[in-house]
Ligand binder design. Structure first.
Ligand code: ZN
Length: 153
């Protein structure tokens, strides 16, 4: 199993709040209901399916945003979720949506918002670093060009 951090699409997470909506995302899930990682068990464990061409079994947690792929039929979603994302409150609670208390639901939502904000900030910081790297490269190019023109004189 591999885990990735990919480009953030913030809006899709808000839509994955309920188990039923997450389950709906597993229409083309490669594992059947008899597998340990069946669509219903994946949705129960907080995952939604977000396949790519290279990663047809890629899923993501709606609370911690951890991405996991490389699933095997015997993989247990709650166990995999917690082992790859120990900080995830949803994985720590290990409760299907129907068994959550109102207090737990509020706490999960608070954690989810916190994680989302961290992700957005990390992505913006990354974008900023890319921009400053490009700017530095541009300035270095200008300095080199200036040095070359000085030598010619
Ligand atoms: Zn999680």
């Amino acid at each position: 199993m591999t885990d990735d951090v990919q480009v953030l699409n913030v809006e899709k997470y808000d839509a994955m709040y309920t188990e039923a909506i997450r389950l709906n995302s597993f229409k083309n899930w490669p594992f059947g209901e008899k597998s340990a990682c069946s669509a219903s068990k994946m949705a129960e464990a907080g995952f939604f399916h977000c396949p790519t061409e290279q990663e047809p079994d890629l899923v993501q947690c709606y609370v911690c945003f951890k991405e996991l792929d490389g699933w095997e039929a015997s993989d247990e979603p709650w166990t995999e979720h917690f082992s790859h994302s120990k900080i995830c409150l949803f994985a720590q609670l290990r409760k299907p949506q129907k068994d959550l208390t109102v207090a737990e639901i509020f706490k999960i939502e608070s954690e989810r918002k916190k994680n989302k904000t961290k992700r957005v900030i990390a992505q913006r910081l990354q974008n900023f670093r890319t921009m400053t790297d490009e700017m530095e490269e541009f300035i270095q190019g200008l300095i080199k060009a200036t040095d070359v023109s000085k030598k010619k004189k």
